[in-house]
Every structure is written in C-alpha cells, then in structure tokens.
Design a protein. Structure first.
Length: 206
C-alpha cells in the first residue's frame, strides 16, 4: 500500500536520482565527443528534462522505474564499443555515488547531533532510491542501461540480434518483472549488499 506521507521525501529523492543519472550519461557522452545530448537539451541537471511519465509513476509507487533515455550517437566516438560501455555505466555509477553521499551526510549530521527527522527521512529515501535505481537500470532489458552494456560487450551480429529480439518486447517484459516481484527479488539483495558495504566503510571513519 502506498504511504502518501512519504511522498514528500520520495518525490525529491526520485528527481535527484533521475537528474544525476541522465546527466552522467549525457556528460560522459559529451566528453567522449558526442554532442547529441547537448543539442537535445539533456546535458542538464534539471530533472524535468529527463522525466518519463510511466517510469516516474512506477518508481514513486512501486520503487522501480526509469527516466527518459539520453539519445546517444556512437558514430561520434573514437572507440564506439568501449566508449558506449563507459556511457552506459556512467548513470548507474552516478546513482551509487549519490547513495554513498546520502549515507555520508547522514553519518556526519548524526555525529554532530544535527540530524532532524525530516532530513533523516529525505536522506534515507535518497540512499534507497538511488541504489535501487542503479541496480534496476543494470537489468539487461531495453530501454535500461543493462541492455546497452550487453550490446557493447557482444560482437556486432550478436548485439544486433539481441536488440532486435529483446527490444521488441522490452517494455512489456519490464512491466511484467516489476508487477510479479521478480525485480524486487533481484535488486533488494544487491541494494542491501551495497548499503552494507557503504556502512562498513563509513563505520571505519565514524
């Protein structure tokens, strides 16, 4: 059941998550020579430029969702295969880093006794949504980043076959995985493991 009382924290956390995720893709592609994101208005931290309505609703209501994919043109890259891999990994990596920062700020504020209940809830959702968003996007189904990672690693013919077959049904597969709980079974253990590692690292410092 959706807890409307948490939306005041979940919505801004979601907006931060998609903004940093898509900006990381756009910035990485731009730095590697592809100006497409700059021309299409996606080289920005403004979350309104990146929102996908269905993905946003699912993320807020179910905990899993996606943003509007940044358009990439690999023909601009000097090394299309390896550069595409870097661009695909940039978004999830940015979310994992933002999750780490949220936990770090939590620990610093807690240490100095200035962690208010409102900030605590916001940082909790920032950490959770970013780590969920990162691992969800690594699922190898279009339009998620995981599918781009798979195609970047596969030989050209196998990559084309994968995109041609899975790409036709990607959105339907994703919706089915979300509502049958498969994504939850995959992502929750990974998210808990990552948060455990973050807490262990920061526990040494604090």
């Amino acid at each position: 059941m959706l807890d409307f009382g948490t939306l005041i924290y979940r919505i801004p956390a979601f907006l931060f998550a998609i903004a940093i995720h898509e900006y990381a893709h756009a910035q990485c592609a731009d730095s590697l020579g592809d100006p497409t994101s700059r021309y299409t208005g996606r080289l920005t931290l403004n979350p309104m430029a990146h929102i996908d309505i269905l993905g946003a609703l699912l993320l807020v209501l179910c905990g899993f969702g996606w943003a509007k994919p940044v358009e990439i043109n690999p023909r601009y890259f000097k090394n299309p295969q390896s550069d595409m891999l870097k661009v695909s990994l940039a978004g999830p990596a940015a979310n994992l880093f933002l999750c780490f920062l949220a936990v770090l700020v939590w620990d610093i504020m807690l240490k100095f006794g200035i962690l208010s209940p409102g900030v605590r809830h916001l940082l909790m959702w920032m950490a959770q949504i970013n780590v969920w968003f990162a691992f969800f996007n690594l699922i190898p189904i279009p339009p998620l980043d995981g599918s781009r990672i798979i195609t970047a690693l596969l030989p050209a013919k196998q990559a084309w076959d994968f995109e041609n077959f899975v790409g036709q049904y990607g959105m339907y597969i994703l919706i089915a995985l979300v509502f049958t709980g498969v994504t939850n079974a995959i992502i929750v253990p990974l998210a808990k493991l990552y948060l455990t590692l973050v807490n262990a690292i920061l526990g040494i410092v604090f």
